[in-house]
Ligand binder design. Sequence first.
Ligand code: ADP
Ligand code: MG
Length: 711
Amino acid sequence: MGYKKYTVKPSRSFLDNDITYLPGVGPKRAELLAKELNITTFRDLLYFFPYKYIDKTKFYSISELSPELPYIQIKGTIRSYFFEGQGTRKRLNAVFTDETGSIRLVWFKGTKWISGNYPTGQEYTIFGKPSLFNGILNIVHPEVEATSKQTEKFGSTLQGQYSSTEKLKNHFITSKVILKMISNLLQHPEFNVQETLPNYLISKYNLLSLREALKAIHFPLNNSELERAVYRLKFEELFYIQLNLIKFKQNRSIKYKGLNFGTVGDNFNYFYYNNLPFPLTDAQKRVLKEIRRDLGSGKQMNRLLQGDVGSGKTVVALMSMLIAMDNGYQACLMAPTEILANQHYNTITKMLSGMAVKVKLLTGSSKRSLRKEIEESLSDSTLNILIGTHALLEDNIVFNNLGLVIIDEQHRFGVEQRAKLWRKNLSPPHVLVMTATPIPRTLAMTLYGDLDVSVLDEMPPGRKPIKTIHYFDSKMNLVFGFLREQIEMGRQIYVVYPLIKESEKMDYKDLEDGYDTFVRHFPHPKYCISIVHGQMPSSLKDESMRLFESGQAQILISTTVIEVGVDIPNASVIVIESAERFGLSQLHQLRGRVGRGADQSYCILVTSVKLSKEARERIDIMVETTDGFRIAETDLRMRGPGDIEGTMQSGIPFDLKISDLGRDGQIIEYVRNIAEEIINDDPLLDKEKNLTLSINLKRLFAKRRSLRNIS
Ligand code: ADP
Ligand code: MG
């Protein structure tokens, strides 16, 4: 094929060229590739990696085939063609044979082209998945290649398979065609890739060069070369993410002098000796020590506190705020919902009773007069602690000397919002981010890679593990009976319905129907049922919550608004309706609403009888364990981190091409250490040998940079 007329634009780097400059890609194909696969440049195509490989040296004989086999290769002859069926079921059949037997090949589309291009009586190599139809073994829409024409590209024995879409296939852009395009690209006379890792790293860690790796990922000579290619590409992708995080973290601590909270004074000590309602767990003591060390280090604290629901994060937050106060600073605590902010406010004011600490609550529904009072007492520093929701971020909330910012349930707040709180003081306040979503350690290295991590890995004593029971919805009568017994014993019950945005209307109908059913089984005046959901005005919400909190209502029916943080120790049963519709981490969060008092607590998962395999697995693991980290690991394995809330905020402004933050934990840890070594040796990456690193960091993270600097 002549390349002359496709001569690429010299001004740009080779890989930046538009895909239309590639032989075999006209405007129509380019449009499809852009639309379906997001491929618009040479680089995009080169970085479109196979999702699996077929061993081209392995052939089956027809007598060995069975419908259980995956995609396979056979060699043989097309004997004859015939049509079968009517209308949309009309299909072209080919009788295909080898020495051992015969099988049908079937096409529903492109039939004319097939019979025209693959004449009978010739030998072909067939690739596809055997299946059984009407008792006859067949392969639907196989790939067909004349055996004589089969070319072994670059001596590769493994053939990459590329995911293609229905639309692409309809335009004959199959996996094989994509492979051909990539082969054209690699053979382009001007083909050239710029190495993205410095030589000293490539040789020290025995990596393939980028050029070698990119060729081998598409046309591996053998399995071991493929492994090395995959490793090199993962190494690079994950290394730059870690390098960015660590450089950011380092430079932040060089750039900003933190407020120095040198003393632990009267408020902290008074609280500790007089007000603390329980002895701290060892984990709480350890975490407080870590926080105190940060606060007194002269550097700004940026710490993530991970602790499963019920592990006692609130009191850690409160005691940290008292340290800020002891050093003459104000503190604030931001929660993601009004209910939670309210709850924090109540808990904290109760715990501080008898102490001269001024605490206020600010939410979207705070009255004007209260706002005014808050604004004034903030600016003259008579207000010590401000608790609230997003309302804290508003511009007219100005602190006199904000020293500590605590953010509860971090995954609900974006990086931008964290940044806004930062700017509320001239020198950046200390930041403590609290989350109840257990995150596997190596995933946290990426999602929170710029934060130091503390873990509350111990529950307060005296908790009985929650019993989790699964019921099909056909057995609701048993559930009602059980709930009645629990109410007799003086317990309270949460009932939760799923709320999934796309079908909000239907969900509210479920919730309302559910409410009616419960009212029928638990009639007034013997029973009182509260209902809370996101579309209620907040005054009504508060009223419902108050009824339940005060114990007047025995049952609280809600959507997931109660998901985070609510603490009502007497509520010892949670019923989760349509539990199959919740994700694992959400189920775990919801279950954490109970098990807070001394009573035996129960979580009842109600599902329909028809369960997908994945739903079944989720329910089973919930019944089996209450260990949040085990559940998080399972969740990660089942869903992949792409779905996990918070990944969007991880500060990775590009799609991962090859790595998996969940499964590549070992490599993440490895490259993080390497990145640390490099930054320790050269914090600004301005040594000559690290030029490649700083160029590529800029290229990869430029988009996000302006934001990250202030967050
Ligand atoms: P989290 O916010 O981590 O989910 P909370 O701070 O709401 O947990 O604490 C859960 C419950 O445990 C609260 O009722 C709290 O008073 C109680 N608690 C916290 N720490 C201890 C402790 N050391 N001993 C006994 N109870 C504790
Ligand atoms: Mg909490």
